[in-house]
Every structure is written in C-alpha cells, then in structure tokens.
Design a protein around this ligand. Structure first.
Ligand code: NDP
Length: 448
C-alpha cells in the first residue's frame, strides 16, 4: 500500500475485501484515493461525514438474466448489469458495454470513474455504467436486435429520463442504441430522452458520434498549447479503430498531425503516409470487418498481429483509444524511450498504474481518461438538454460547446493540481476537481 493517510488506507483495504476478485475496480479506486490524500488533510469534514466510505460503494447494483434466441433457434443466455453508482449531482449517466470480458468488476470500475468524469464536465449528471458479456461481433442484425430487446425488457424497469440515462460504449453503437430505444418506447409507451447516442432522426444530437474523439483532441491540444506545443507536424499513434479512435484520428489530422497507426483486438496497421480514415471507416463502420483489411486499400501499409506492439512505433503523441490496461509499464517505457512526449487517454483507464507512473516520472504530458475523454458524456448531457427542450442545435453549436467544455476541464484540473501542490499532474488534478463537487453535494444531502 502506498498510502500515508491511515484512513484512506483503511478505505482501500475495505474496498479490496468487499469486492474480492475485481482488480480493475481496485485499480480505479486506488488511483482516486491516492490523489485525495492532500484533500482529506485539508478537509477532515469529508472523513467525518463518511463521504469517502460512501463514494466507493455503489448506490445500487442491478444484475439480470438476458435470454434470447439465436438464428438457429437455440436459446442463449447472457448476463446484464447496471450499476447506479452515485446520483449526488444528477441522474445516473454512463454507457453500456457489450463485450465478452464484461463482469461486475469492469462495470464497477467504469461506473466509479464516471462519477468524477461527469462532475468534471460541469453538467448535472451522476455516475453509472452497465453492459453485458454478450459479444455483438459475428452476430446478425436480427440476433443483435433480439438481444437488445431482451436486455431492455429488464433494464427499462430501472432507468428513465430523470433517473438514469445510458449511452453507448464498447460494442454499443448507433445500431444497438436504436434497438434499445425502440424496445423502451414500446414497453413504456413514452418517447423520452432515456438513452443518448440516438440516431439523428429520433432525438440524437449532432456531433455526439464525433464527441469523445474530438473532445480528446481538444483537451490534448489545450495541454500542448499550455506547454508551448501543438499537434501541427507531429506523429501520432492511436490504438483501437472504434468510435473514439476514428474521430480522434479525424480531429488530430485536422489539427495538423499525421496519424500513422491504428489497431483492433487482433492487430495493428502502420501506414507511414498517414492513415486513410475513409478506408478505416468503410472497414469498421460499414463492413464490420477486421483492421487487417486495410492492406486492400493501402499497399504500402504494414499489418502486425497482436495489440501491444503498436506502442513500439515511434511517435510524438500517443492516444490509446481501445480498452483498459492496454499500456503496461514496459510499453510506457518503450514509448518514452522512442521520444513520445504526450499521451492522451481516449479509452477508460488504458494505462496501468505502473505505466502512468512511468509517464509522470519522465515528464510526459499526460491527459488522464477521466478528463480527456469526458467529451462523449458531456455531449450526451447536451443531447439530454436538447431532448428536454424538444429542440436541436446545429453541429457547429454543439461542437463549440464541446470545445468550451474540454477547455474548462483542462483549466479546472490544472488549477486543482496546482492548488494541492502537484502542479502539472492532471491525474491528481482531475480526481480532485471531480471529487470536490460530488463530495460537497453529498455533504449537503446528509447521510443518504
Ligand atoms: P468501440 O466498440 O467502438 O471500439 C473499441 C475498439 O477497441 C475496437 O477497435 C476494438 O477492437 C478495440 N478493443 C476492444 N477491446 C479490446 C481489447 N480487449 N484489446 C484490444 N482492443 C480492443 O468502442 P469505443 O470506441 O466506444 O470505446 C473505446 C474506449 O473508449 C473504451 O475504453 C470506452 O470505455 C471509452 N469511451 C468511450 C466513449 C464513447 O463515447 N464511445 C466515451 C468515453 C470513453 P475489436 O473491434 O477487435 O473488438
């Protein structure tokens, strides 16, 4: 344990004992609690009121059976989750992940992170997350629809436009949100903004699809500018080739960088001339095929099996946009050795605690996920506002609001780091700035 503060050490020990076998959740809690040491020293009232004991415990965990019938007529049974973690500052808000690796510990870590991220956006949204161990890969549209309908049949009992508003995440894109929304509307006989990431014809917001990737680049751009640098002329490596990765690639390129590599869970492509994003979008968004197909579009590109090798490509800026713990200590050391001076986390918790330490100790400009990828949920909150008003803003209006929000998050995280004596440490700054607003609201609500 690396805690100086005995109270926080005790909280961490209880979290580990109560949530045995959930290492991702332990990792997410440890990072936040470590950042909070100077905060609880300055504000003992948080300890006295039990705020930290409460914040690590979800308000509600919903776990359910999801039976559905596959195309051969066989019954399949998956497991569904929704963790309503904290509603101190607004209705629960956070995505749904459909991936075979999903279990309670993954949803708990994501839900916990979401509390602080949502608070950082400055918008009134609490933290939640959900999902299933269902794998949409290789399933027909009708199988995905039957699964989504079954999943929503149970989930609909627990969510609502003013209660809990899910969105997409890994494996849940526009297609899945459409099926989930259709089933909710049918079951409840109401047309409300109960999900975000909806299609533009039925209440979705312009720029929501682009928001997480664009927001990541706006945040990193702010961090670079604050340090006398910019994206212009820089070489960038992006992991993943899903929603976040694709729009991070688009914005980084617009800002003058050359993105030379992208990946999926099978391997990565290297294209020294700069990634042809239209080809990636065709392969991933239209054909739902593997990134290896890129070789059919660009003869000069090179494909390599396996994911982690992508971090051995020389770059100035790395944007991990695939999944948790994709950069370990060794990969972080390799990036630093090859001259990478900035890392922006598009995925949730893509760097292990050891990797983060390597970046911080080597002076790498490090934009942590909670702050850097908050643009997705921020734009989801803008979608909720538009739904409430029965009104739509233009792409430019939403994009401008998103940019302003990301710039503010950067300012607030930087200021909190400086105030608590950790200037430049955005990990601590984001955790502290996100925590204080939620903690003060919990204090105001009493023991609930
Ligand atoms: P997508 O499903 O659209 O894309 C995920 C990408 O990551 C795919 O290329 C996928 O490859 C790859 N990937 C997934 N799991 C693994 C794995 N275990 N190892 C290697 N590669 C993997 O998801 P998103 O782009 O929406 O999400 C990516 C990350 O960003 C996640 O951490 C998510 O929580 C985070 N995030 C997403 C937001 C959003 O608005 N969508 C908002 C904030 C954070 P393959 O196709 O082979 O599975």
């Amino acid at each position: 344990m690396s805690f100086r503060n005995e109270y926080l050490k005790g909280v961490m020990e209880r979290v580990i004992a109560r949530n045995a076998g959930e290492p991702e959740f332990h990792q997410a809690v440890r990072e936040v609690l470590e950042s909070l040491e100077p905060v609880v020293e300055k504000h003992p009232e948080y300890i006295k009121a039990g705020v930290i004991d409460s914040i690590v415990e979800p308000e509600r965990i919903i776990k359910f059976r999801v039976p559905w019938v596959d195309d051969s007529g066989k019954v399949q049974v998956n497991r569904g989750f929704r963790i309503q973690f904290n509603s101190a500052i607004g209705p629960y808000k956070g995505g749904l992940r459909f991936h075979p690796s999903v279990y309670e510990g993954i949803i708990k870590f994501l839900g916990f992170e979401q509390i602080f991220k949502n608070s950082l956006t400055g918008l009134p949204i609490g933290g939640g997350k959900g999902g299933s161990d269902f794998d949409p890969k290789g399933k027909s549209d009708m199988e995905v629809m039957r699964f989504c309908q079954s999943f929503m049949t149970e989930l609909s009992k627990h969510i609502g436009a003013d209660t809990d508003v899910p969105a997409g995440d890994i494996g849940v894109g526009g297609r899945e949100i459409g099926y989930l929304f259709g089933q909710y509307k049918r079951l409840r006989n109401e047309f409300t903004g109960v999900l975000t990431g909806k299609g533009l014809t039925y209440g979705g917001s312009l720029a929501r699809t682009e928001a997480t990737g664009f927001g990541l680049c706006y945040f990193v751009d702010e961090m670079l500018k604050d340090n006398g640098k910019s994206f212009k002329g820089q070489t960038v490596v992006i992991s993943g080739s899903g929603n976040v990765a694709i729009y991070a690639c688009k914005k980084a390129t617009e800002l003058g960088a050359t993105v030379v590599a992208m990946s999926d869970s099978n391997g990565y492509i290297y294209d020294k001339n700069g990634i042809d994003l239209d080809a990636v979008k065709q392969i991933k968004e239209v054909e739902r095929k593997r990134i290896k197909e890129y070789l059919n579009y660009r003869k000069d590109a090179v494909y390599t099996e396996g994911c982690s090798g992508i971090w051995s490509i020389k770059c100035d800026i790395a944007l991990p946009c695939a999944t948790q713990n994709e950069i370990d200590e060794q990969s972080a050391k390799t990036l630093v050795k090859n001259g990478c001076y900035a890392v922006g986390e598009g995925a949730n918790m893509p760097s292990t605690l050891e990797a983060t330490k390597v970046f911080l100790e080597n002076g790498v400009l490090f934009a942590p996920a909670k702050a850097a990828n908050a643009g997705g949920v921020a734009t989801s909150a803008l979608e909720m506002s538009q739904n409430s008003m029965r009104y739509s803003w233009t792409f430019e209006e939403v994009d401008a609001k998103l940019k302003g929000i990301m710039q503010n998050i950067y300012k607030n995280a930087s200021a909190a780091a400086e105030e608590y004596g950790m200037k430049g440490n955005l990990v601590a700054g984001a955790n502290i700035a996100g925590f204080i607003k939620v903690a003060d609201s919990m204090l105001a609500h009493g023991v609930v």
